[in-house]
Write a protein that binds this ligand. Structure first.
Ligand SMILES: Nc1ncnc2c1ncn2[C@@H]1O[C@H](COP(=O)(O)OP(=O)(O)OP(=O)(O)O)[C@@H](O)[C@H]1O
Ligand SMILES: C[C@@H](N)C(=O)O
Ligand SMILES: [Mg+2]
Ligand SMILES: [Mg+2]
Length: 364
C-alpha cells in the first residue's frame, strides 16, 4: 500500500514564525517515528518570512537547523504586503500531496488565509476551515462569538489603528474612556496574533499610550481587556463534529504575565497536568472548551485558554487557538499525553480527522 503524502506547511509571514518552525520539527519527528513512518511520507514546505514557499532541500534544511531562512531582503518581514505573483512558484505541486498539515501560527496561516487556499485547491488539511480559523485568530470577533455562546469573559474595549495614529485630538479622550471603563492593570493586544507578541500589561497612562502604539504596529485592530488576577488553565480539544476535551492543565510563572520569553524559555514557566482544581471546575472548563470549539465551527484541534478567579469561583474564557503550539513540550500535546494519547498517535489522529472531514460546502 502506498504511503499517504503529508505536506507539512510551516514558517509563515507571522510574528510567530520561529514558533512554527519548532512545532513543525516536533511533528516531523512524529511522522518519522513509530507506526507513522510506515503509513506517512513527509513532504515539508516552508513559507519564508517573505511569503515565498520552499520545498525539498531548503525546507528540510530549515527543519533540521530550526533557524528561519533569509532568502530575500529582511525588510520584507514587515507586516506590509509585498505583492508578488510568484509566492507559490514551482515550489508546490499540489497534486503530490494527499493531505496538508499546516502548522502555521498567527496571521497568514492560522487565520483562514491558508485554509482558503487549500479549500480552493480541494485538498484535505488538518485543523479548522476558513470560518473557525478566521474567528479564532481575531480576538475581537472571537469574543463576540463567545459572548453569543454565553461564555463568560473579561470586560474589553476595541480600538482601530487609525484612532491611535491619525487622530491626535481624539486620542487623549480615548485613553480617558479606557481608563474609566477598564481601569488598571489592563492588557493591550493586537487582535490577530499569538505567543503574546505585541501584548502589554499596563498600569498607567504613559504605559497605555506606549502599549497602544506598539499594538498598532502589529495590527489595525486592537483589543484592550480589563486585567484579572487569576490562575491560568488550559484545555485541549480534539475532533470534528463530536469534539472531545482533554484533562485540564495549569501554567504558573514568576514573570509579570505569560509573555513570549516566559513561554519559550526553558524553566521560566511550570505546568501542572492535571491542574489541581476541583472536579467541578475541571468539568466546567472542559464543557466551556467544547462549547467554544463548536461556537466557531472549529475542526481537528484547538487549545482553549481560561482564567480561574479562585476567590470568586469564576471561570472566564480567555481565547481559543486553532493551531496551538505543537512542540514535544507544548501544552496541547502534553494535555493529550496525560489523557492517554501519545504525541505520534495524536499526529496520526489529526491527519485521519482531516481525511474524514466532509468538504464545507458541496456543489449540487
Ligand atoms: N485580561 C487579562 N487578564 C490577565 N492576564 C491576561 C489577560 N489577557 C492576557 N493576559 C496574560 O497574557 C497572556 C497572553 O494572552 P493571550 O493568551 O490572550 O495571548 P496570545 O498571544 O493569544 O497567546 P497564545 O500564545 O496562548 O496564543 C495570558 O496567558 C496571560 O498571562
Ligand atoms: C503558538 C501559540 N499561539 C499557542 O497558542 O500556543
Ligand atoms: Mg492565542
Ligand atoms: Mg493564550
Amino acid at each position: 500500500m502506498s504511503k499517504i503524502r503529508v505536506g507539512l506547511l510551516f514558517g509563515g509571514r507571522s510574528g510567530e514564525h520561529e514558533v512554527s518552525i519548532r512545532s513543525a520539527q516536533a511533528i516531523a519527528t512524529a511522522l518519522r517515528s513509530d507506526q507513522n513512518a510506515s503509513k506517512y511520507e513527509l513532504l515539508p514546505v516552508y513559507i519564508g518570512k517573505d511569503g515565498v514557499w520552499q520545498k525539498g532541500e531548503i525546507a528540510q534544511q530549515v527543519l533540521a537547523s530550526g533557524e528561519p531562512l533569509y532568502l530575500t531582503d529582511e525588510k520584507t518581514t514587515s507586516t506590509d504586503l509585498v505583492p508578488s505573483p510568484s509566492l507559490l512558484p514551482e515550489a508546490t505541486n499540489f497534486e503530490e500531496i494527499d493531505v496538508w498539515f499546516p502548522i502555521l501560527h498567527g496571521p497568514n496561516g492560522e487565520d483562514g488565509t491558508i485554509q482558503g487556499l487549500l479549500t480552493l485547491m480541494q485538498v484535505p488539511f488538518v485543523g479548522s476551515g476558513v470560518l473557525g480559523s478566521a474567528i479564532g485568530m481575531d480576538k475581537i470577533a472571537m469574543k463576540m462569538i463567545f459572548s453569543q455562546a454565553g461564555l463568560s469573559q473579561v470586560k474589553y474595549k476595541t480600538v482601530k489603528r487609525s484612532q491611535i495614529w491619525s487622530n491626535p485630538c481624539i486620542f487623549p479622550k480615548l485613553c480617558d474612556e479606557l481608563e474609566a471603563e477598564l481601569g488598571y492593570p489592563c492588557f493591550v493586544k493586537p487582535a490577530n496574533l499569538g505567543s503574546s507578541v505585541g501584548i502589554s500589561k499596563v498600569r498607567s497612562r504613559a504605559e497605555l499610550v506606549t502599549a497602544l502604539d506598539n499594538a498598532a504596529s502589529y495590527d489595525r485592530r486592537i483589543i484592550i481587556e480589563a486585567g484579572v488576577e487569576a490562575r491560568e488553565l488550559e484545555c485541549a480539544v480534539l475532533g470534528n463534529d463530536q469534539p472531545q476535551a482533554s484533562v485540564v492543565g495549569e501554567i504558573t510563572y514568576q514573570s509579570d504575565f505569560y509573555d513570549y520569553e516566559t513561554k519559550y524559555t526553558e524553566g521560566k514557566a511550570a505546568w501542572f497536568i492535571p491542574a489541581q482544581v476541583s472536579d467541578n471546575i475541571a468539568n466546567k472548563i472542559k464543557e466551556m472548551a467544547v462549547q467554544a470549539f463548536l461556537a466557531l465551527d472549529a475542526a481537528g484541534l484547538a487549545r482553549v485558554d481560561f482564567f480561574y478567579v479562585e476567590k470568586t469561583g469564576e471561570v472566564l474564557i480567555n481565547e481559543i487557538n486553532t493551531l496551538p503550539g505543537f512542540t514535544a513540550t507544548s501544552m496541547y500535546p502534553q494535555l493529550w499525553a496525560s489523557s492517554g494519547i501519545s504525541f505520534s498517535e495524536l499526529v496520526n489522529q489529526l491527519i485521519q480527522l482531516a481525511l474524514e472531514r466532509q468538504p464545507e460546502v458541496s456543489p449540487k
